[in-house]
Design a protein around this ligand. Structure first.
Ligand SMILES: Cc1ncc(COP(=O)(O)O)c(C=O)c1O
Length: 381
């Protein structure tokens, strides 16, 4: 008797066994849950809460009638500008449908099922699903108490089955940033046969806060590296889905490119990114507004008796005297969406995206109410 063929056996076991894909609580998602999103301040997803540059909007409008055409696969116009600004030749730049596509690509390009990937934790929640879907194991390198990636733990976590090590700086959700000396140590100590992937999604905020020049420090590294950046944060273009990877060598870039789809970056996203890079004044305004909003949130948290983490990003994290998930629900009832860290051991931490003055004010007022309401429960418990 031939064995009966199982229709769903074609799905890789690792994907069958993974939990359902997480639905990020975007505006449309909340609306489908029956919430009136016109009354909700979206301070939970680390989007930029300031508008994109008017020049970006104009570039998108100017290109709308061209969407019958495929986009350029190599993103030549914006690539040329990034190359000029970074000093990395175009042959070593790879464009992605958001920087998340490039994280996924780095996982694909280095590793086979059973391999290990070093990941500092806590960090951007997207990493775990990407690594697991590839059938690989994560070796965790716990961050320092201040949320900073721990360079020595990252290096120590690399073993013979590791071909890829991640580092996120400035880190999400802590907002902390490695100093030049620590990053230089990382760049030199991660073995030469391991791809060091540096996630600089918050690069512009880090640079504005006086952060180290990661590319310059990587020049001393012999082994392969990738630095990933995005237009989703400081350039206020999360909905456009465009990011890029600066690679140590053409071979690395070529391999990364092979993991992406042919036309992975939309024509409108390329035009928008070029306009965004050309509008330095707008970027400066966003960075200044973000720094002011961050200081406002930081001071407001302290006035509420909390101890926020020192962040350079467009968000601030803080430990609450109640579970983060409970705070998320209570804040949403008061019209403010925030994010609870999903990491085990950090159940009381929340992350709040910096907004305009009135967003931050509303958030702090709502949080004061939530803390006051939680007090009696705490004394009973
Ligand atoms: C550290 C980090 N890396 C990558 C990403 C993904 O960004 P993108 O929108 O470019 O895919 C995020 C998004 O929040 C992030 O926080």
């Amino acid at each position: 008797m031939p064995e009966e063929r199982q229709p769903l056996a074609c799905i890789r076991r690792v994907l069958q066994e993974m939990p359902p894909k997480f639905d990020p609580p975007t505006e449309g998602f909340l609306r489908c849950q029956g919430l009136d999103t016109s009354r909700i301040r979206p301070m939970g997803l680390n989007e930029c809460l300031f508008a994109p540059s008017p020049k970006v909007i104009a570039a998108i409008q100017a290109n709308l009638a061209r969407i019958n055409r495929y986009p350029d696969a190599q993103c030549p116009a914006v690539g040329e500008l990034v190359s000029r600004r970074t000093g990395v030749p175009m042959t070593r730049i790879v464009w992605g449908n958001g920087s998340e596509e490039l994280i996924q690509g780095a996982v694909q390009l280095t590793s086979s099922p059973g391999d290990r990937v070093v990941l500092p934790v806590p960090t951007f929640w997207g990493y775990r699903a990407i690594v697991r879907a590839a059938g690989m194991e994560i070796t965790e390198a716990p961050n320092r108490a201040d949320g900073m990636p721990d360079v020595d733990r990252i290096v120590a976590a690399v073993d013979a089955r590791t071909h890829l090590a991640f580092c996120v700086t400035p880190n999400n959700p802590s907002g902390s940033m490695l100093c030049a000396a620590d990053f230089a140590r990382l760049a030199q100590r991660v073995p030469d046969d391991v791809l060091l992937f540096v996630d600089e999604a918050y690069h512009e905020f880090g640079a504005a806060a006086g952060g180290p020049d990661i590319l310059a420090l990587l020049a001393a590294r012999r082994g392969p590296w990738i630095v990933a950046r995005t237009f989703s944060k400081a350039y206020a273009m999360a909905g456009m889905r465009i990011g890029y990877a600066l690679c140590s060598a053409e071979e690395v870039a070529q391999a990364l490119k092979k993991t992406t789809c042919v036309f992975n970056v939309p024509l409108l996203a390329q035009a928008a990114a070029l306009a965004a890079l050309e509008d330095a004044d707008h970027l400066a305004r966003v960075l200044a507004l973000t720094a002011a909003g961050r200081a406002q949130l930081d001071a407001g948290f302290r006035a509420l008796g909390l101890a926020p983490m020192a962040s350079v990003g467009n968000f601030v994290s803080v430990r609450l005297p109640l579970p983060g998930a409970q705070a998320v629900g209570a804040m949403l009832e008061r019209g403010v969406q925030i994010h609870a860290w999903p990491d085990p051991g950090f159940e009381r931490f929340v992350r709040i995206t910096v907004g305009a003055h009135e967003d931050n004010l509303a958030c702090l007022e709502a949080l004061a109410e939530v803390l006051a309401a939680a007090k009696p429960q705490r004394s009973i418990a």
